[in-house]
Design a binder for this molecule. Structure first.
Ligand code: 5AD
Length: 335
């Protein structure tokens, strides 16, 4: 029997001792369906230019306080090599929505990575025309990450001026049709969001049959219009994560950098509440401080090697082991 949206809202409303029981149950479901392995996906944040003006994000185009950078394809390739050398079996290439990198440039880069390294490639470069997605898929990209951020269409429209939830959902469907393993995700603790919104976020991701759900706390950034809003709490984030695990047993759930940012043990707690993925930061040190989506982002002073090592430590501290495979989705393997 499927958990309904109402059931999920009840779970996310858990209080006191109930929370511990929810986290434990999610941990057991994770263990039973996915085992002890945690996938380490190395993320390279290759450009912080963005044409969008999202109210929550430090990369928004009107944030003049940020110095902008772009990594050259050869430099990105070098970072990918380093990540693979450290042991990452997936390379995630992420940027703001930067039209400088045409589909052709990205396709060539994906092709070079796939040819030279034994890794899966995930792209996270935002809204693009369908033809671009097709080009990138043909170049060998395995996965695409495009978060819904919130399932509330009014809130979505407010947070992301000039775009709509319906448009984003359409793109998520295209990506699935093109054969990508698709990741979505949402922020927890956004202004105007309710427990029902969070439950709806989970049911939307289930309907879309996403392979990955990146669920992290909203962290107010003073360089954005939402700088004075309260952020998402660790507890609410973990409850949403746990409910997502119960609703989507085979989905990949990362213990996000944002959850580590709001609490020193956030990542370990997430791993014990249903999560099975960590994305160690493989961005060269000199660029990291400028990829601050939110303040206090952890790991800004870490080299890629150190980021990898702290991720491995978090895995071991949680009593788990580092996965050896690519971590392709189990649902994907069946279809
Ligand atoms: N707090 C938390 N997460 C954020 N993101 C962007 N800005 C913030 C913020 N202020 C997340 C969004 C986006 C991803 C790249 O980072 O979910 O999809």
């Amino acid at each position: 029997m499927e958990l309904s949206k109402e059931d999920l809202a009840v779970l996310i409303s858990a209080e006191g001792e109930e929370c511990g029981a929810l986290f434990q149950l999610a941990d057991q479901v994770r263990q039973r369906y996915l085992g002890e392995e945690v996938h380490l996906r190395g993320i390279v944040e290759f450009s912080n230019y963005c044409r969008n003006n999202c109210l929550f994000c430090g990369l928004r185009r009107n944030n003049w306080e940020l110095s902008r950078y772009r990594m050259a394809p050869d430099e990105i390739l070098e970072s990918a090599h380093e990540a693979a050398g450290l042991g990452c079996k997936t390379i995630v290439l992420q940027s703001g929505e930067d039209e400088y990198y045409t589909a052709g440039i990205l396709a060539e880069l994906v092709h070079r990575i796939k040819k030279g390294l034994d890794v899966a490639v995930t792209l996270s470069v935002g809204d693009r025309p369908r033809a671009d997605y097709e080009t990138l898929r043909q170049a060998g990209a395995d996965r695409y990450l495009l978060k819904q951020e919130t399932c509330d269409p009014v809130l979505f429209g407010m947070l992301k001026p000039g775009s709509s939830l319906a448009g984003r959902i359409e793109k998520l469907r295209w990506l699935g049709e093109l054969g990508f393993q698709v990741g979505s995700g949402n922020m927890v603790g956004l202004p105007g969001q309710t427990v029902e919104t969070l439950a709806g976020d989970i049911t939307l991701m289930r309907e879309l049959k996403v392979e990955m759900a990146g669920i992290g706390p909203f962290i107010p950034n003073s360089q954005t219009p939402l700088g004075n809003c309260p952020g998402g709490t660790l507890e609410l984030t973990l409850k949403t994560l746990a409910a997502a695990r119960l609703a989507m047993r085979l989905v990949h759930l990362p213990a996000t950098t944002a959850v580590r940012t709001i609490h020193p043990l956030g990542r370990e707690r997430a791993l014990r509440s249903g999560a099975n993925v960590i994305m160690p930061n493989m961005t060269p040190l000199k660029y990291r401080t400028n990829y601050q989506l939110y303040p206090g982002k952890t790991g800004l002073g870490e080299t890629p090697e150190e980021s990898y090592a702290t991720a491995v430590k978090a895995v071991h501290d949680a009593g788990r082991k580092v996965a050896s495979g690519y971590g392709h989705s189990l649902t994907y393997a069946k279809s």
